[in-house]
Ligand binder design. Structure first.
Ligand SMILES: Cc1cc2nc3c(=O)[nH]c(=O)nc-3n(C[C@H](O)[C@H](O)[C@H](O)COP(=O)(O)O)c2cc1C
Length: 177
């Protein structure tokens, strides 16, 4: 019985990265990341979600909108300057959308770590789902009106100068008879 393998090590070792090198991600790695998100489990296997890579222009608009709502730009709202930012969007009618987002984006964060890339989930859109200006911007960016952002993750090469403090695990594990 094997209780240790590369996947388990990757799961244990992954940490959120909040400082990135100014270095692009090669297209093959980027594609592997997107495919890792795409093959995630999702409720009823509807696969109605979209994984959207946001380029500079769309990112600037989204960051400006966030700043208007949340009172200025914090470093995480700007995705820590990471070279790749992926949004998970799904239909508002899918009440499992945030669970589905968690599965797909976690798949991608684990895949990223396995390839030497860093990642961090940035949740600035979580409170903006009903914001009319975000809906209008998503429409302007080409999304159907029923699509909402359920999660966003930044990816890039970790800056080795960032010190990530150890993280004690506090969540409980319980067993009932
Ligand atoms: C749903 C969710 C939302 C998060 N939002 C943010 C965020 O807005 N900004 C940020 O810097 N980190 C964010 N994080 C990262 C958490 O802070 C991080 O996962 C947690 O502190 C545990 O640390 P680790 O990822 O390094 O193990 C988020 C993580 C999740 C899963």
């Amino acid at each position: 019985m094997r209780t240790e393998n590369e996947v388990l090590r990757t799961l244990r070792e992954r940490r959120s990265v909040r400082a990135y090198l100014a270095k692009e991600i090669p297209p093959q790695l980027e594609d592997a990341l997107m495919q890792a998100g795409r093959c995630a489990p999702n409720a009823w296997d509807r696969q109605s979600f979209v994984l959207c890579k946001i380029g500079r222009k769309a990112r600037e608009k989204l960051v400006a909108l966030t700043a208007r709502h949340l009172g200025g730009v914090q470093e995480d709202h700007n995705f820590f300057g990471a070279p790749l930012v992926v949004l998970f969007l799904d239909r508002r009618e899918n009440f499992e959308r945030r669970a589905d987002a968690g599965c797909a984006l976690e798949n991608m964060m684990i895949a990223a770590h396995s390839m030497g890339l860093g990642s961090v989930w940035v949740d600035q859109f979580a409170t903006l789902e009903d914001a009319p200006d975000l809906a209008a911007l998503l429409g302007e960016l080409g999304f159907a009106p029923e699509m909402v952002i359920c999660g966003a993750v930044a990816f890039g090469w970790p800056d080795p100068a960032e010190e990530i403090p150890p993280r004690p695990l506090r969540a409980q594990i319980v067993a009932l008879e």
